[in-house]
Design a protein around this ligand. Structure first.
Ligand code: FE
Length: 346
């Protein structure tokens, strides 16, 4: 009863949004309807540039949380032609729910490395971020931590901080270890890291760096772009101090490389403006767009040869794990089970 009410309500909302989206004057070139987890401040300059170049109007709805539930409820009535998400986990959840459709584009195949897009075109990576180790400048000696595996080693006992093991970022990291080394080794790693935790998993990535700054732990796991966000935070200038207390360690440089994740795009099964959606994704992989897109959040462009934000460049170059991200995504379910099994968050 409740479910059918919820889904009827969702369809009603979808129709309202569809009406809102199609009202206003659509240009001759048409329009494209976008559901975005990426913030309006980041997307606005890109979408404006796209509309200017193509004449295609973009209607964006910012969805902070609950994209999957919303698209599921809307089904084929969804007004969305495409989605933008952060993290492969979110893209993969949409794909496995059967909500996306495969697309082909020579431009996208040329601009995005094969490991950062779905082999059948069910999703495309647009920017990357590495999940790395933030290490206290004095308390962590050079060479003490160089690999993810070190976080599980006995000499790191009581020195590690991280957010929940069930958060999409950590699930993807563990999934990459399953993909590289198998279930048994990955389980051992998760157990080892848990045994080394200075405190119960809590807070977000930046909260872990704060804990390192405050002396609660010596190393933290975090995404690269948070360094930029802390280093430039004028609203909360104390975060500059957190950032100044740590070195960035890009793990596993002597073997498989640092785990990278993507923010990306996918075309919905319900898309009524499929060609325009593909054009927008293509546009987002152009040189000019890649620069703005990656710089906007201190990320890395997927397209080769695009300049980095100077701050991002200052962190140094690194070797990234070249595993097919679609294979990593396929291990996410198992990764979640392992986190439960080792009672990572308890
Ligand atoms: Fe994040």
């Amino acid at each position: 009863m409740k479910n059918s009410y919820v889904s009827r309500l969702a369809i009603f909302c979808a129709i309202l949004i569809a009406t809102a989206m199609s009202s206003g004057t659509a240009s001759a070139a048409g329009e494209v309807n976008l559901y975005s987890e990426r913030q309006p401040f980041l997307m606005a300059p890109l979408l404006d540039a796209f509309s200017k170049e193509t004449g295609i109007k973009v209607n964006m709805v910012y969805i902070k949380k609950g994209m999957l539930e919303r698209l599921k409820a809307e089904g084929m009535n969804s007004p969305a032609d495409m989605v933008l998400t952060a993290d492969i986990g979110n893209l993969n959840n949409l794909v496995t729910a059967g909500l996306m459709q495969p697309t082909r584009s020579d431009k996208l195949s040329a601009n995005i490395p094969a490991n950062l897009r779905h082999p059948d075109g069910l999703w495309y990576g647009l920017t990357t971020r590495a999940r790395i180790i933030y290490a206290h400048k004095d308390r962590v000696k050079p060479g003490e931590v160089t690999r993810y595996e070190d976080l599980a080693a006995p000499h790191m006992k009581g020195r590690v901080c991280t957010r929940s093991g069930k958060h999409v970022y950590n699930v993807s990291l563990l999934a990459s270890i399953i993909d590289a080394k198998g279930e048994a080794k990955a389980t051992e790693w998760a157990k080892g890291v848990k045994a080394n935790l200075a405190r119960k998993p809590q807070g977000n990535d930046r909260a872990q760096v704060k804990a390192v700054f405050q002396g609660e732990c010596d190393v933290a796991i975090g995404n690269t772009y948070y360094m930029g966000k802390m280093q430039t935070n004028e609203k909360k200038p104390e975060q500059k101090q957190w950032a100044a207390a740590v070195n960035l360690i890009f793990p596993n440089q002597s073997d498989r490389g640092a785990h990278v994740n993507v923010s990306g795009a996918a075309v919905t099964k319900s898309a009524k403006n499929k060609d325009n959606a593909i054009r927008l994704v293509e546009f987002l992989t152009s040189d000019a767009a890649q620069k703005i897109y990656a710089e906007g959040n201190f990320e890395y462009p997927v397209k080769k040869g695009v300049a980095l934000h100077p701050l991002v460049a200052s962190w140094g170059t690194f070797k990234s794990d070249k595993a097919m991200l679609s294979n990593v995504a396929a291990q996410r379910k198992l990764a979640t089970r392992i986190m439960d099994r080792v009672r990572f968050d308890n």
